[in-house]
Design a protein around this ligand. Structure first.
Ligand code: AMP
Length: 199
């Protein structure tokens, strides 16, 4: 059985704030923003104006899409927030931001990024492991960026820190065009996943 995802989905994307990485990462993020807007989906993300985050939001807005940013006050004060989003939700801190972003999400996509992206992705994976979040998590493995992460997760399963079933928490795609189809194709995740959360 595949996951039932609403017709107008809110797709939460974690991606890089870096302006210094290979521009190919920004270009892929922009393609995803464009595709989400064309599909009529709402883009939800961390609300930043820089790097892949800014490129993705700009592309979605340019295509007439709806973009919701969730950003802590202190980041806005640093002028990190994108100035032209459909909606900017201000939250107290990083914890509230993740909670709110996950609450809004019908699906999650992680693109290449740094510690902020990893932190958000791991919170989502852990919540799904516990059955507290059940929606699709798609990882865009651009240029094999996430190969090392998959190796680490597989080792964690081999060494029985995690269960083999946990391999179904996330799905990896190699082409940005495969992200939206992968959301639809993701198998349903059981709400009672807590039963096999431990090994
Ligand atoms: P990183 O991958 O380390 O660049 O972190 C990106 C993630 O952390 C994003 O998904 C954001 O939610 C958050 N974040 C980190 N830096 C910024 C920033 N300058 N502006 C907005 N959000 C940021």
């Amino acid at each position: 059985m595949t996951t039932t995802v609403p017709t107008q989905r809110s797709v939460l994307v974690f991606c890089a704030s870096s302006s210094s990485c290979d521009p190919a990462y920004h270009a892929a993020a922009a393609r995803l923003g464009d595709a989400l807007a064309r599909a009529g989906d709402i883009l939800v993300y961390g609300g930043g104006a820089l790097g892949s985050m800014g490129a993705m939001a700009d592309a979605a807005l340019a295509q007439g899409g709806s973009v919701v940013g969730v950003i802590p006050h202190f980041m806005r004060e640093l002028e990190w927030a994108h100035p032209a989003l459909t909606q900017l939700q201000l939250v107290e801190d990083m914890h509230e931001r993740k909670r709110e972003m996950l609450r809004l999400a019908d699906a999650i996509v992680a693109l290449p990024g740094g510690s902020g992206t990893f932190e958000e992705l791991f919170e989502a994976i852990t919540q799904k492991r516990l059955g507290l979040f059940t929606k699709p998590i798609i990882i865009f493995n651009q240029n094999g960026f996430y190969d090392a992460l998959f190796s680490l997760l597989e080792r964690s399963i081999e060494e029985r820190f995690m269960n083999e079933k946990h391999l179904e928490i996330w799905h990896s795609v190699d082409d940005i065009a495969e992200v939206l189809p992968a959301i639809h194709a993701a198998p349903e995740w059981p709400a009672d996943a807590i039963r096999f959360a431990t090994v």
